[in-house]
Design a protein around this ligand. Sequence first.
Ligand SMILES: [Zn+2]
Length: 217
Amino acid sequence: MKLIEKVLDAIFPPDVTCLSCGREAVLNQTGLCRDCEVGVERFVSAPIIEKTDGYTAVYIYNDVSGRMVKKLKYNNAKYIAKRLADQIELPDEWKIDAAVPVPLHKRRVFKRGYNQSELIAKHLCRRTGIKLDTKLLKRTVDTKQQARLSLAGRMRNLKGAFKASPECAGKKLLLIDDVRTSGATIRECASELKNAGCVKVYAATVCLVKEDKGGSV
Ligand SMILES: [Zn+2]
């Protein structure tokens, strides 16, 4: 953390304001004010993504959870990553060798300064003792933004975008991402990991987008 950020955090502690709406208020354990607590929708279950062996999330994507993810992603609010990661609960039956954040292309990391999924994974690993491994999967193509693409378009856009290391062979891995929209990104990552010899690929995201025009996989 840069010195200026440390100083600013000391003067204006980020955690006394609601993680979603940013107002100063009495916060619950997850860092939300009363209004946002009422507005948040918890994840219950979702269809498994093709090529994966299990899926979990924390929130359904809506105004409240969406604001947190956007702040983490675009407003440099890195402190949110830990609070979100603290809420990811992994099923006991998942035996995981390492957690792998969905990689960003190095050009995008350079522009943003960090990979938000890697920050979430780092905090999850610290809490659970799972090993973090950012070398097993790389993004070799700087793909277009997916938001406006159909599901078929998303899958075409991602084809060949990731490269898994041969060291994946025999491993059981947990993919971490901030948001699951169509599932196309996780599907493509899992496919590449399994082609490299992974025996299990589980996936966890902070948010799940329930209704997506591109369909759900
Ligand atoms: Zn709030």
